[in-house]
Design a protein around this ligand. Structure first.
Ligand SMILES: Cc1cc2nc3c(=O)[nH]c(=O)nc-3n(C[C@H](O)[C@H](O)[C@H](O)COP(=O)(O)OP(=O)(O)OC[C@H]3O[C@@H](n4cnc5c(N)ncnc54)[C@H](O)[C@@H]3O)c2cc1C
Length: 483
C-alpha cells in the first residue's frame, strides 16, 4: 500500500517503524527536525558540547512498557534519572522539594508553618482516600468539585496538587481543576504518585532523545520530508489526495494522521460529522519553552532545587510556570545549570537564553476524555487512521500505543492484502486490536495484530481504552513530595 504519514512525533515515527518494512511510505513533517516533541538541542559552550532535551525528557520502568520495548529492540541506551518536584511561591515565600525530608524542610520555617503541616496531612489523606473514586464506574466529579466535596485545604490544592498536575500535563492551573478527577487519580495511582515508597525508576535516553529518534527512523529516513507541511487532505472512494505547500498534489491508498487532533481536523478537506465531533473535542494549549542558564526561577535554597521546579508568581499566572533542571534530569555535569522553563519567559535574563521553542499540549477535559473512547468510530474509515499521544494521557507511551493500534487496524485492512480500505470496519478497542482491559491480565490477551508489524515484544494498545489501562500508561514526571 502507498501510505502517507503526517507528522514525525513519537506516534508518526512508531507508525513508520512498524509499517516501513511492508508498505510504501511517504512521511510529511512540517518542522525542520524529525521527532516533534522529542527535540534535542545541541549547545556549544566554552567548557563543552551538550545535547539538551527541550521536550520529551523522561520515561519510567513501570508505565512505559511499549516505549521501553521499542528502545530495547533498537538497543537505545537509557540512564537513570532523578525525579523530584519543588514548589516556590513568591506570595508566601514558601519553598519545598518533595524529593526528600531534607528538601521538604529546606526552609526551616516549614517546620513551624501550620499551613505546611495541613498540606502534608492532606497529601497523606488524598493518597489514602482518592483511589476510592476508581471503584465506581460512573463519570465522577471534576477535580475542583472532588476537592471541594472532600474539603481539601487551600494549601494542598494551591501548593501541591494543582502545581504538580499542571507541571505533569504542562496545563493551565485552571484547566487542571476542570479535568475529570478519576482521570487524574488513575494517572497518579499508576505512576506511584499516591505512595511514598512505591515509585517507578525514571529514565532518560543517554545522549538525549535524538539518539532514539535516529535509531527508530534509520530504516525509513529517506522517506521523511522535512519542512513539508501538509495543507490539505482529501479522501475519495479510491484514493487519498495530499497537498503540501510547494509541491503538486500526490495520491495515496491511505493516510495516517500523526499530528495533533486540531491540526488534523484543519487539514481535512472533507471531514465527516464524526471526525468533526471527535477530533474537535480535543483542545490544545500553547506553551513557550525556553532553554536557558538563568537559575533565578529555581528555588533560592539549594536543598529545595529539584528536577521539576514549579514557580507560583505573586500575580496568579494564567499558564503553567515550571522549570526543568536538565543537569539533574539528564545527569549533566557542567559548570552552569541548563534549564528549560515553560512560560515565565519575561523573567529570564535574555543573555542566558539559548533557544526558544513553541509547543502545544492537549488539554484533558471531560469532552476530550469521552472522545478518546470514540476512536474506533473514525479510525480506519475513509482510508484514514489516527494516532498521537493525545489519544491517551499525552505522553510517549500513548504515542507508541496509538501507533500500534493504527498498525494493527491497518493490518486488518483488506487493501493491505488485496483490496479496498473502505471496506475496513473500524477496530474496536478491546476486541480486534487486542487492547488492554483494565487489568494486567488482559495483557496476555494482547497479541500484536497478525500484521505486518514487527512488534513481537510490543503489546498493541488502542486509543480510548488505554486511558489508564494496563495499570500502566505513560507519562513522565515529578515525584510526589515525601511527607
Ligand atoms: C516541554 C515538554 C516536555 C515533555 N516531557 C515529556 C516527558 O518527559 N515524557 C513524556 O512521555 N512526554 C513528555 N511530553 C509529552 C509529549 O508531548 C509526548 O510524549 C509526545 O512526544 C507527543 O507525541 P506526538 O507524536 O503525539 O506529537 P508531536 O511530538 O507533537 O508530533 C506531531 C508532529 O506533527 C507535525 N505536524 C503538525 N502539523 C503538520 C502538518 N500539517 N504537516 C506535517 N506535519 C505536521 C509536527 O510538526 C510534529 O512534528 C513533553 C512535552 C513537552 C512539550
Amino acid at each position: 500500500m502507498r501510505i502517507a504519514i503526517v507528522g514525525t512525533g513519537i506516534a508518526g515515527m512508531t507508525a513508520g517503524y512498524l509499517l516501513a518494512p511492508h508498505h510504501d511510505l511517504t512521511i510529511f513533517e512540517a518542522g525542520a527536525h524529525i521527532g516533534g516533541h522529542a527535540n534535542t538541542v545541541t549547545v556549544e559552550r566554552p567548557h563543552g558540547r551538550y545535547d539538551l532535551d527541550t521536550g520529551f525528557l523522561v520515561c519510567n520502568d513501570r508505565t512505559y512498557p511499549n516505549f521501553l520495548a521499542l528502545l530495547a529492540q533498537l538497543n537505545v541506551p537509557l540512564q537513570e534519572s532523578e525525579m523530584s518536584f519543588s514548589v516556590r511561591c513568591e506570595k508566601t515565600g514558601l519553598e519545598y522539594n518533595g524529593g526528600s525530608l531534607r528538601g521538604l524542610f529546606a526552609q526551616w520555617r516549614n517546620l513551624f508553618r501550620p499551613s505546611f503541616h495541613r498540606m502534608i496531612r492532606d497529601i497523606l489523606r488524598f493518597n489514602r482516600e482518592a483511589p476510592r473514586l476508581l471503584d465506581t464506574d460512573d463519570e465522577g466529579p471534576l477535580l475542583a468539585d472532588f476537592l471541594r466535596q472532600n474539603r481539601y485545604g487551600r494549601e494542598f490544592v494551591e501548593h501541591y496538587l494543582v502545581p504538580m498536575a499542571s507541571a505533569i500535563w504542562s496545563a493551565k492551573p485552571d484547566q487542571m481543576r476542570s479535568c475529570p478527577a478519576r482521570y487524574l487519580i488513575r494517572f497518579f495511582q499508576n505512576h506511584g504518585l499516591l505512595s511514598v515508597n512505591d515509585r517507578p525508576q525514571w529514565l532518560t535516553v543517554a545522549g538525549g532523545s535524538r539518539r532514539y529518534v535516529e535509531k527508530l527512523t534509520a530504516g525509513f529516513r529517506d522517506r521523511i520530508r522535512l519542512k513539508t507541511p501538509v495543507v490539505s487532505v482529501r479522501r475519495d472512494h479510491d484514493r487519498v489526495t495530499i497537498r503540501t505547500l510547494h509541491a503538486p498534489a500526490e495520491t495515496f491508498d491511505a493516510v495516517i494522521f500523526a499530528a495533533h487532533a486540531d491540526q488534523t481536523l484543519a487539514l481535512l478537506a472533507d471531514p465527516t460529522e464524526e471526525e468533526r465531533r471527535i477530533l474537535g473535542a480535543f483542545e490544545f494549549q500553547e506553551n513557550d519553552a525556553v532553554l536557558h542558564t538563568d537559575t533565578t526561577l529555581l528555588p533560592r535554597r539549594r536543598r529545595a532545587i529539584a528536577a521539576w521546579n514549579y514557580h507560583l508568581s505573586a500575580q496568579p499566572a494564567e499558564r503553567v510556570c515550571v522549570t526543568y533542571n536538565l543537569n539533574i534530569l539528564q545527569r549533566i555535569t557542567a559548570p552552569e545549570t541548563f534549564c528549560v522553563s515553560l512560560n515565565p519567559t519575561q523573567k529570564i535574563d535574555p543573555d542566558a537564553i539559548l533557544k526558544r521553542i513553541n509547543y502545544h499540549h492537549p488539554v484533558f477535559s471531560r469532552r476530550a476524555v469521552a472522545a478518546q473512547r470514540d476512536w474506533p468510530l473514525i479510525n480506519g474509515l475513509n482510508r484514514s487512521y489516527f494516532c498521537g499521544a493525545y489519544w491517551g494521557y499525552g505522553f510517549h507511551e500513548d504515542g507508541v500505543n496509538s501507533a500500534l493500534a493504527v498498525a494493527n487496524s491497518l493490518s486488518q485492512c483488506p487493501l493491505g492484502k488485496s483490496g479496498d480500505c473502505n471496506s475496513l470496519s473500524s477496530v474496536t478497542p478491546g476486541e480486534k486490536a487486542g487492547v488492554r482491559g483494565e487489568s494486567d491480565d488482559s495483557l496476555s490477551q494482547c497479541p500484536p495484530g497478525k500484521s505486518a508489524v514487527s512488534s513481537d515484544s510490543l503489546s498493541p494498545g488502542t486509543p480510548g481504552e488505554r486511558v489508564g489501562v494496563r495499570g500502566k500508561s505513560p507519562h513522565a514526571i515529578a515525584e510526589a513530595p515525601h511527607p
